[in-house]
Design a protein around this ligand. Structure first.
Ligand SMILES: NC(=O)c1ccc[n+]([C@@H]2O[C@H](COP(=O)([O-])OP(=O)(O)OC[C@H]3O[C@@H](n4cnc5c(N)ncnc54)[C@H](OP(=O)(O)O)[C@@H]3O)[C@@H](O)[C@H]2O)c1
Length: 360
């Protein structure tokens, strides 16, 4: 599937590439990112291949990521209108100022103005709430965002890293108030982090939100740099931030490396193809610190995994999910639909539950 086979994001008419370019690595402020020149090369290569979706955040490299993207797009107004440019608010860039970040109205308005200035544009296509703040009433954030949509400064709204219950509450309020809907979710999702399958992904599927996974290579653990045979130092900048894989991770990493050699692709490409093929996923965030990493990662577009290969990867990475996900997957259908056909699914009551014909 090429980058220009666009898909609609959630229950919306917004069409984006199957891989979105992540730009958390753009800029050198954190010490593990890319120079402006390398970042620009990565951006140009992604766009040249037909990619149309770019993700950044106010907080990435303290605003430098947004500035690099803005500097590239400002001289290309037609291109700016073609790309789907997403950025996020929440991260506080003003130490000591309690309203410098977060989702309160005063903070959100200021963060958007500053992001637009750095991005050198007068609107963003997706404005993402970056994280969860239990102190701010969600109505306040949603209404501020809806005003931004009405003002033409924001086209669509997304939520990132917010608990499922809080996202569902927000989506319901927005729906019944007639405010701009939450069309997409960003959440961590990879062969080494699948717990979003318990609540967040089913919620997204039920409520019409597209899923945009981040960390699909688990910060590089799934890129092929690691295996149980070589657990020592590797060529990675991210180690400073996230450390190295845990012992248990190597079971998954080794299985991934095996499948990749069967397929004749890199482990990174296979890990990305696995994520992109999961139920509910619309567009996976691809991270790269260097141009060669981007090229290697985009080769995932050509990877086709067989059912058997997916099965191996699914089985080795099966997550332990919080209650009631597992309980409801196995038990609830038997209790509720015993002996009937519901939505094409025929079930029968477990002998353990069938005590007698008495009805209570
Ligand atoms: N919403 C959120 O809360 C959130 C959180 C995190 C990220 N994001 C978004 O998601 C994007 C991707 O996230 P991520 O950076 O964590 O993704 P990731 O794909 O899990 O990790 C990317 C890192 O893996 C290494 N890598 C990537 N491709 C490689 C390859 N082919 N070979 C070897 N190493 C490779 C690089 O690290 P080295 O420096 O070690 O080379 C790179 O910086 C970000 O850019 C950002 O836009 C969103």
């Amino acid at each position: 599937m090429p980058l220009d086979s666009y898909v609609t994001l959630g229950r919306s008419g917004l069409r984006i590439s199957p891989f979105t370019l992540g730009t958390m690595t753009f800029g050198e402020d954190h010490g593990w990112g890319s120079s402006p020149d390398e970042s620009t090369n990565i951006l140009a290569a992604y766009l040249d291949r037909g990619g149309n979706s770019i993700d950044t955040a106010n907080i990435y490299t303290n605003g430098h990521s947004e500035k690099i993207i803005g500097d590239y797009l400002v001289g290309r107004p037609a291109l700016r209108d073609q790309v789907v440019l997403g950025t996020k608010f929440f991260g506080n860039l003003y130490e000591g100022d309690p309203n410098g970040g977060g989702p309160g109205r005063k903070a959100v308005v200021r963060q958007l103005e500053n992001s637009l200035r750095r991005l050198r544009t007068d609107y963003v296509d997706i404005y993402w709430l970056h994280n969860f703040d239990p102190s701010t009433p969600v109505e306040e954030t949603l209404r501020a965002l809806d005003d931004m949509v009405s003002d033409g400064k924001v086209r669509y709204i997304g939520f990132s890293d917010v608990p499922a219950w809080a996202t569902a509450e927000a989506a319901t309020i927005a729906r019944f108030r007639g405010w701009a809907p939450i069309i997409a979710l960003q959440l961590e999702y990879s062969l080494l982090e699948r717990t979003s399958e318990g609540e967040l992904i089913p919620m997204a599927q039920a409520l019409g939100m597209g899923v945009m996974p981040w960390g699909p290579l688990k910060s590089g653990f799934l890129s092929g740099k690691y295996s149980s045979a070589t657990t020592g130092a590797v060529d990675t900048m991210r180690t400073q931030l996230v450390g190295v894989p845990q012992e248990a991770d190597y079971v998954v990493i080794d299985a991934l490396n095996d499948v990749a050699s069967q397929v004749g692709a890199s482990p990174a490409a296979v890990a990305l193809a696995w994520v992109q093929g999961r139920p509910g996923v619309t567009s996976t965030l691809v991270g790269a610190r260097r141009l060669d990493q981007l090229e290697a990662n985009l080769s995932a577009l050509d990877v086709v995994l067989t059912e058997a290969q997916r099965g191996v990867l699914n089985d080795v990475s099966t997550p332990a999910l919080n209650f009631p996900a597992e309980n409801n997957r196995t038990l609830a259908p038997m209790i509720q639909f015993g002996g009937a056909t519901v939505d094409g699914r025929t079930t029968s009551v477990s002998p353990l539950l069938r005590t007698s014909s008495t009805r209570y």
